[in-house]
Ligand binder design. Sequence first.
Ligand code: SF4
Length: 364
Amino acid sequence: MGDHHLFLKPWGGIRAEDWYDWKWQFKNSLRTVAPGAVEIDGSPWLHKELLSVTETYPFRVTPYYLALMDLSDQTDPLRRQCFPDPQEIHFSLGGVDDPLGEQCDMPVPGLIHRYADRCLIMATNVCAMYCRHCNRKRLWGRGPFAGTQAYLQPMFDYIRGKKEIREVILSGGDPLTLSDRSLAWMLASLRSIPQVEVLRIGSRIPVVMPMRITPTFCKMLRKYRPLWFNTQFNHPREITPAAARACEMLLEAGIPVSNQSVLLRGVNDSYGVMQELLYSLQRISVRPYYLFQCDPVRGTDHFRVDLWKGLEIMEKLWRNISGLCMPRYVVDLPGGKGKAPLQSFSFLSANNMNSSEHFFDKNC
Ligand code: SF4
């Protein structure tokens, strides 16, 4: 899809300089599904249902991302990721708000320290888009908190006192909803801690608001290397020229970009879609890193894919596509027990292992 196409819907007539200005995109994000704000299937009943969902789980989507989807199609994989669904409220199989026990691993509010050598900072709970499958959707309704010094300084003090922490992940919410100035201050503060060797940013911005990746921002980031950038493309249609350019700019600044997809029912739970996603990521030099099993978070049951189906897709991918395209399929174990890789061993039968053909294949 060429970028010019994005002007055609749903905000025809917007000036190009506005469309490509991330502050305009952020400010003009759609935040209500009320009739008049957005036309979805023309049904007043549906509007009412969806509005009631947003009282529990807020709604927000950028004009850019909205322009990529077919609003009239409830099964559109991009629409599914951002539009509220009554199933978030009415179809709960016993999920909990925080199944990974993040709140229990917080020695300081907003800082998760689960693994000895690294920790994660929730810099803000604001995102450019609220993804309906998010494992931190419990934080959206709490009122916004953003990266103020009063909020972050206790985290930096904690990290300074923990000599074993060598890697810090800036996450959220989405940290790239904060200004360049705030982010530069955070990164400089972390860099001033002697034992912190590596910084990582987790952000969906290249997917949902790629114009946020500006030359000035990349120049600033470059100063704080080694710095790794993890994003979350879940569907090949999200890889637009604008998104590709955002990733390219990060790469040109010397920032490796990796992708962490979530396996989502009705979005990417088929071999064909997953293959196209992985090929498309490789085309833009983004490394497929993880494929996450969707966590058992309250309000996300309708997205969860059966583990065996996930393994089946992975097995077929292993058989057919290059290892360079392959992410690791992982599940985050409940109760803060960490990540566990999932692997199908059905193709490792004794027969296969003993076959000379197998070794030939490998060596050639
Ligand atoms: S951008 Fe990330 S943190 Fe924000 S809603 Fe989406 S998945 Fe959750």
